[in-house]
Design a protein around this ligand. Structure first.
Ligand code: ADP
Ligand code: MG
Length: 703
């Protein structure tokens, strides 16, 4: 019998939840905190002291020795600097653990070593972390002890956002204000805010840690830079939803427990398409908390893997030739009186509020397709988007048959008189219940799919923060809502005006709707005919941040200033160049010190064999042919290596960061591919015992 897990008790045990605050805080302070969480505002210094003390007492009771302001700089991962609760001892040498309201609310890490783009040059190095009262504090427990983590936003001395969270919080306020205007138009007087909810499905790979440690490329870059395909890939489709192996199962169990303790609602787990690939999905929650929790999910995945002799790879494309990993960002908008604005109800054709929301989202996504694409750009994702396994780099919306038909009717006649019905699902087996069928099948190839009562943005990379995608979604939809509300609030005849507006938006932006196969070449051609942007890489996408259109959008809603956008464009170039540089140097190192020497040794043994066989009077032509073939590929590899070394040096010396990033993409990256080809061919020719690193077969089939 396995031990009974009390999940209800476990859940949130390491979180300073609202429930714990209620228990531990005086009623008035608790009410003040709750009010600020719901409506915004500032905690009084006296109340902050009380909250800090209660938080510290709870943390210390649970073993904490330190606290940290936990934040999300532009590196895409989280940052923390620990401070002990230790204070000055009194004259008798006695020390009391303390934590003040000031320390809770504000921190001051040195900002100069975080990526900041132009912001650092223009402004001071001083940076501040500010408590995000809406995301609960939690305890992290590992070898360093128990640390109280306080989720914070990170800004410069002059208030520029240096992180992913500040703009997200700003965008949440913007969408709330504008979406409220929409629901008010339809008579909803009770709602006081609209909340963006997010549920991210996280894909990941697990490999054996011992084997991982034998591959420099995995250690330094998170992906394999060399590697011939294993005899078996994912063609049998036997991994997706397959039985979870014991070792992986025990990992998943531990992972769930750790996440539940942290208040993360880990819900769904399964094997994914590629061998050694898996997925975890939590239940959706308020966007900023979902972003924080997704960071915790990624961190915890890595940490728990170590305990099982495994390594978790979050890179978007750890292995060539099998599927990479993404993160489906499920997004919806709900009022605080329980209305999901993306819920079409039973008769979407008659649900005018829903149709207006849909029309606005079509407009937003069409107008800012470039920005949405950019929001999912990261170095690893360049390998996935458009590579026949993930949506192409072209943004389009999947609505499903039923809604697409409604849109079509509205565009053609201004009315949507009828509705395609789902009907009954008949299995032909009398003992199986006939089910009501959804009116729409799923479409796995669309980057932005309507899935019942939410949109699923499927472009996001597995290793990336979901901060930017959700900031962008909130921003672009806020703009469309704002423009619609500006017109409709002034309308004399609301019914007529809203009807006209829906028709106008849907007609103008119908080109963004595509229900077909997003992986097909026909779609790429069709999208070009429709004039939809196809931005193939992260560096090409970077400039979309600073177009006049983008600056106008983000400045209007106070989400980013021009300067903040420029800094993010700059950081994108830097990040790309640095990452490719590391990859190039790792390849050079592996080729020079591991692969070429192994192949050279192998040619020596082949040559010895040829001589010995000949001397013995037998036919050595097979051995001689193999030697020739291996030597030729060795020469090709050497030539490609020399070229890569030269280009890498040239790239590293470049000064214009934008030109440099493009050079890395067009020249260095191409040279890496040229080096990989002969090396992978050599791997197929050379004796397995001689090959210096674990192969794809070792890595993904023997976990
Ligand atoms: P799929 O079948 O698409 O793989 P999963 O169950 O793996 O679905 O994940 C779906 C995700 O969408 C979950 O995180 C779920 O909580 C989230 N989700 C469900 N409804 C909503 C909603 N209204 N808004 C945002 N996210 C939602
Ligand atoms: Mg899923």
């Amino acid at each position: 019998m396995s031990e009974v897990l009390n999940v209800e008790e476990l859940f949130g045990s390491k979180v300073f939840t609202l429930g714990k605050m209620k228990e531990r805080l005086p009623r008035s302070v608790y009410k003040e905190v709750k009010k600020i969480m719901e409506q915004g505002g500032e905690l009084s210094p006296a109340a902050a002291d009380v909250v800090a003390k209660a938080m510290k007492d709870w943390a210390v009771e649970n073993g904490a020795t330190h606290y940290t302001h936990w934040f999300q700089p532009l590196t895409g991962i989280t940052a923390e600097k620990h401070d002990a609760f230790v204070t000055h001892p009194d004259e008798e040498g006695k020390m009391l653990m303390e934590f003040s309201g000031k320390e809770l609310i504000k921190g001051e890490p040195d900002a100069s070593s975080f990526p900041s783009g132009g912001l650092r040059a223009t402004f001071e190095a001083r940076g501040y972390t500010v408590w995000d009262i809406t995301s609960p504090a939690f305890l992290k427990e590992d070898a360093v002890g128990v640390i109280l983590c306080i989720p914070t936003a990170f800004c410069s001395y002059t208030g520029e956002a240096l992180d992913k969270k500040t703009p997200l919080l700003r965008s949440m306020e913007a969408i709330s204000v504008q979406a409220l205007r929409i629901v008010r138009l339809f008579g909803n007087k009770e709602a006081t805010k609209v909340v963006a909810s997010v549920g991210p499905e996280q894909e990941y790979f697990l490999v054996d840690r011992e084997k991982y440690l034998q591959r420099e490329d995995l250690i330094f870059t998170g992906r394999t830079l060399f590697g011939a395909p294993a005899p078996k890939g994912q063609e049998l489709e036997d991994h997706y939803f397959g039985t979870i192996r014991e070792r992986i199962g025990s990992y998943m169990k531990d992972l769930n427990i750790e996440l539940w303790k942290l208040g993360v609602t880990a819900k769904t787990q399964h094997n994914e398409v590629a061998p050694a690939q898996h997925e975890l999905a939590p239940i959706y929650e308020t966007a900023n908390i979902a972003v924080d929790h997704n960071q915790l999910v990624m961190e915890t995945m890595k940490k728990v893997a170590g305990r099982h002799g495994l390594t978790c790879l979050l890179h978007e494309k750890p292995f060539a030739g099998v599927n990479g990993s993404g993160k489906h960002d499920n997004w919806s908008l709900g009022t605080d009186n329980g209305v999901n604005m993306l819920d079409p109800g039973d008769t979407p054709n008659e649900n005018i509020q829903f149709l207006l929301v849909l029309a606005c989202i079509m407009k937003a996504v069409d107008t800012h397709a470039d920005l949405l694409r950019q929001s999912a750009a990261d170095v690893g994702n360049d390998h996935r988007l458009g590579a026949n396994e993930a949506p192409p780099a072209i943004i389009s919306i999947f609505l499903g048959e039923q809604l697409e038909d409604v849109v079509k009717q509205l565009v053609e006649t201004g009315e949507a008189a009828h509705l395609l019905e789902g009907g009954k699902l008949e299995t032909g087996v009398s003992t199986l219940t006939d089910l009501e069928k959804d009116a729409t099948d799923r479409n796995r190839t669309s980057p932005f799919a309507f899935t019942g009562n939410k949109f699923e943005f499927r472009m996001v990379g597995s290793a990336d923060s979901i901060g930017s995608p959700n900031t962008t979604l909130n921003a672009i939809v806020a703009e469309a809502f704002c423009e619609a509300a500006d017109i409709l609030e002034k309308a004399e005849d609301f019914e007529l005006a809203v009807h006209d507006l829906i028709k106008e938006y849907m007609t103008k932006h119908q080109r963004i709707v595509f229900n077909g196969d997003g992986y097909s070449d026909e779609w790429v051609a069709e999208a070009a005919r429709r004039g939809l942007p196809n931005i193939k890489s992260m560096v090409e996408a970077a400039a979309t941040l600073t177009t006049d259109k983008a600056v106008k959008l983000f400045e209007k809603f106070g989400i980013f200033t021009r300067v903040e956008l420029e800094s993010r464009e700059e950081v994108t170039y830097e990040t790309y160049s640095k990452s490719i540089n590391i990859e190039a140097k790792t390849m050079i190192d592996m080729a020079k010190k591991q692969i070429l020497p192994a192949v050279i040794k192998y040619t020596k043994s082949l040559a010895d064999t040829v001589i010995a066989v000949k001397e013995a009077g037998a036919d050595a032509s097979v051995q001689a042919d193999l030697l020739k073939e291996v030597s030729a590929k060795l020469a090709a590899a050497k030539e490609a290596l020399v070229k890569l070394e030269k280009l890498e040096q040239e790239a590293a010396a470049m000064e214009d960061i934008k030109k440099q990033a493009f050079f890395y993409k067009d020249e260095v990256f191409a040279a890496m591919t040229e080096l990989r080809a002969p090396v992978d061919e050599l791997e197929m020719l050379v004796d397995k015992d001689v090959w210096p690193i674990p192969t794809y077969g070792d890595l993904i089939f023997e976990v």
